[in-house]
Write a new protein. Structure first.
Length: 446
């Protein structure tokens, strides 16, 4: 039972729910103060993890450092991460001859350190400096020096970290506007069920679950019976909501790729439940698992909500303005002073997304392609009639309402001039749809 408990503690992180891969989505804090942001790439149950870091704040004792060489890098030649950091830390930037420079450094590690870092290294543990000895830190920013060296590094680096050297693992809280993600469901031995997002783990001790009510529940690991995942967005497949895929490697050499959706604890044969990429559900005994890898999910599709004010209308995330519409003998003419929303089409037929607050009037909005007609004393104009709205108006092929009560309506459109018309208010929004290879001043004739 003790061996299983250790195994279970080493694998619980596989059920942490993910955020966007466009930014680091979890942080490991080591006992010596080092902080690594990125994601756990490989787990060796009960032994160590391999962590893919995209941003690292590293602490070293000076005894493990052979030398440090520093040099000035011109701001314009820096990667975007360093440019952004330099802009937020102007005191670290110096200006010479009208050009901005940031001082960066290369660190050479000693092959045999004089003494181990007692806060990180322990007897029989993995060498905490193996990674940075094999791939020395280059182009890093020294923030502290002396007996302890602290540096910032934006290079993608894979770190081997013993479980015993990890103080805590943190996850970034999900935004209220996120429509994509996974909900953590924790079933306790008492029978109580908690839902939310695990935002912190103290290995071997506790997890902190941010509930849907905003209250954080602190849970001792020995209280957990089952841990599950479920979709945040009921209208999107789970395969599109998990930023990472797990690859479970067994003692027999089998590799199962998918999303771990359930894990059972507090028994001698804890199990994984895995949904494979093809949708097949596979059950695997945790005692048979030797390694869990994580890779970016190619099908991950991150969606965010839009908070819309009462009278706003957004078209492909562009704010629409009310069109000026003149009526002449039952013909509605779009005034040339109207400001159109320009929609760039990726294909000849593409999807138009309209977002508003959810109410009955907004649900009745009509999309109509305008015709170009000759109007006496005005020349060619884009116009429509009430009959056109009834006989030719388009309704959305899909309607969704988000948790924030944002109404999203999807239409299919091609090139041309259109209006979105609200019958009750008798108001319209004018839009022009065109493909990217269309001339910017092209006239669309029907």
């Amino acid at each position: 039972m003790r061996n299983f408990r250790r195994l279970y503690l080493g694998m619980i992180l596989s059920l942490f729910c993910g955020l966007s891969l466009g930014k680091p989505y979890e942080k490991i804090v080591l006992k010596n103060g080092t902080e690594l942001e990125g994601y756990i790439s490989i787990q060796y149950p009960g032994k160590k993890v391999a962590f893919m870091s995209e941003k690292a704040m590293v602490y070293l004792t000076s005894s493990v450092v052979e030398s440090i060489s520093s040099y000035d890098s011109e701001w314009s030649a820096l990667p975007s991460e360093w440019q952004h950091w330099a802009d937020e830390n102007p005191a670290s930037v110096k200006t010479v001859g009208g050009k901005k420079y940031l001082t960066l450094s290369d660190i050479v590690m000693r092959t045999e350190p004089d003494q181990p870092d007692t806060l990180v290294a322990k007897k029989d543990s993995v060498d905490p400096y193996r990674n940075i000895r094999e791939v020395p830190p280059r182009g890093v920013k020294i923030l502290e020096k002396g007996a302890v060296i602290k540096y910032l590094d934006f290079a993608k680096t894979l770190y081997d970290i013993p479980w015993e050297d990890i103080l805590m693992i943190k996850r970034y809280e999900r935004s209220a506007l996120d429509l994509t993600g996974v909900i953590d469901v924790v079933e306790l031995c008492s029978g109580n069920v908690l839902e939310g997002q695990i935002i912190e783990q103290l290995p071997g001790k506790q997890v902190r679950l941010l509930g849907n009510d905003g209250i954080v529940e602190v849970i001792d690991l020995k209280q957990i019976a089952v841990q599950k995942k479920k979709k945040l967005n009921p209208n999107q497949p789970l395969s599109e909501q998990s930023p990472l895929l797990e690859i479970v490697c067994t003692k027999q050499g089998k590799k199962i790729t998918g999303v771990i959706v359930e894990q059972t604890y507090n028994r001698s044969d804890g199990d994984f439940l895995l949904i494979e990429e093809k949708g097949k559900t596979v059950k695997e005994n945790s005692g048979n698992v030797v390694e869990i890898r994580k890779i970016p999910n190619p099908d991950y599709r991150f969606l965010t909500d839009l908070l819309v004010k009462k009278d706003e209308i957004w078209i492909n995330r562009q704010k629409g303005e009310k069109a000026l519409v003149d009526e002449e003998e039952s013909v509605m003419i779009v005034n040339e002073k109207s400001v159109p929303v320009t929609v760039e089409l990726r294909h000849a037929q593409d999807t138009l997304t309209v977002e508003q607050q959810d109410n009955i009037d907004n649900r009745n909005i009509i999309l109509l392609k305008l015709t170009q007609i000759e109007i006496k004393k005005r020349g060619e104009c884009h116009a429509f009639t009430y009959e056109d709205l009834v006989t030719q108006g388009s309704r959305p092929f899909e309607v969704e309402v988000s948790k924030n009560q944002t109404l999203k309506m999807l239409y299919t459109i091609g090139e041309g001039h259109y209006i979105l018309y609200k019958p009750k208010e008798k108001t319209a929004v004018y839009l022009i749809a065109r493909t990217s290879d269309s001339a910017s001043h092209k006239k669309y004739k029907d």
